[in-house]
Design a protein around this ligand. Structure first.
Ligand code: FES
Ligand SMILES: [Fe+2]
Length: 350
């Protein structure tokens, strides 16, 4: 599926940037689902988002600045409010601003220290993360970076426990045990949940990170998928330590993804510094990044077309494909994929 070609995928919230990146006076550009948008804060500090394209001569508004809560185009100074309406044309003297002088404005929310944007009426709420308001947990901001991979390939990877023995063989993957544990997957209205118990290697690089000295340990994991592009990996170790990793794979376009990741831990900075946790998770993420850059970004949803082969541990990925197919069907959309995807898959099967 080419994610930018399915209007139904615009009907979800996406985490686009850390809230701290958006200063009071400096607009920020982002590209979401192939659409250029600009974020800024109004006079009260409330975030706003609009199309990053002035209706006068198409200049990107993100090149401008903020004045009294309005965004000012840097080309000729036209100003827009948070609703996208043009409220000032400095060249006008007595003329009225025409009603067509406006840009599209979108929904924006600030939650968990991040800015979330929906380009169309959302079908699902922003994920509820109980850890965020639980005093037993601290939040650790981890990564905000662009990857050359399809957003759904990132999501699928996080639910795939067969890759760990290979991709993460230098870290927590048990490379002598290629048969992964199988999880129990349940589908619900806004995604899936998978319960899985995962034996892992505990490499020297990770011992300080989880405070366990043995060379192997076990993770009790609850994986949540929040349709379409966010997931929580809630890991409990035998010591009672919990790390709940939130990853949003925000689609910049079909081939590029902004990976937005933060964690919650029920230990303290004195016990394990955030820098130690991030150093370990950085290595794990780099291993995924390396392989996902070379996986076709066009993930076929319709399994009836037999464009990919599957194995038992791919079950969550199949659930994800079906749930997204249902969203498309509900909105009267056909799955759009590249001609090349069909050709490549069929050539192999012929
Ligand atoms: S292009 Fe924006 S004011 Fe002219
Ligand atoms: Fe991985």
């Amino acid at each position: 599926m080419l994610i930018t070609r399915q209007p139904a995928l615009r009907k979800f919230w996406y985490a686009v940037m850390p809230a701290a990146m958006l200063a009071a006076d400096r607009p920020q550009p982002f590209t979401l689902l192939g659409e250029k948008i600009v974020l800024w804060r109004d006079a009260d500090g409330v975030p706003a988002v609009a199309q990053d394209r002035c209706c006068h001569r198409t200049a990107q508004l993100s090149k401008g600045w903020v004045e009294n809560g309005n965004i000012v185009c840097g080309y000729h100074g036209w100003q827009y409010d948070c609703s996208g309406a043009c409220v000032k044309i400095p060249q006008f003297t007595s003329e009225k601003i025409p009603p067509g002088a406006r840009v599209m404005a979108y929904r924006i929310a600030e939650r968990y220290g991040y800015l979330w944007v929906a380009l169309d009426e959302p079908l699902a709420p922003i994920p509820e993360l109980a850890e965020d308001s639980d005093p037993a947990y601290r939040r650790i901001d981890q990564f905000y970076e662009e990857w050359n991979c399809g957003a759904l390939r990132f999501i699928e990877n996080t639910f795939d426990f067969a890759h760990q023995a290979y991709v993460h063989r230098a870290m927590h993957g048990l490379n002598d045990k290629p048969q992964p544990p199988l999880g129990k997957v349940t589908r619900h209205e806004h995604g899936i949940v998978m319960h899985i118990t995962q034996p892992v290697r505990n490499p020297d690089a990770g011992k300080a990170h989880i405070g366990i000295a043995s060379d192997e340990t076990v993770r009790t994991v609850v994986m949540d998928w929040y349709m379409p592009c966010a997931r929580r990996m809630h890991i409990t170790y035998p010591t009672g330590l919990v790390q709940s990793i939130i990853s949003a794979a925000t689609p910049i376009d079909d081939t590029r993804t902004m990976v937005v990741q933060w964690s919650y831990r029920n230990d303290t900075e004195e016990q394990v510094p955030a820098a130690t946790i991030n150093a370990f998770d950085r290595k794990v993420l780099d291993e995924d990044k390396d392989i996902l850059a070379f996986v076709d970004d066009d993930l076929p949803l319709d399994t009836r077309m037999n464009l990919e082969q599957h194995m038992a541990s791919d079950q969550p990925g199949i659930f994800i494909r079906r749930a997204l197919m249902d969203v498309l069907a509900k909105h009267g959309e056909q799955e759009v994929m590249r001609e090349q995807t069909l050709k490549d898959a069929r050539r192999a099967a012929a």
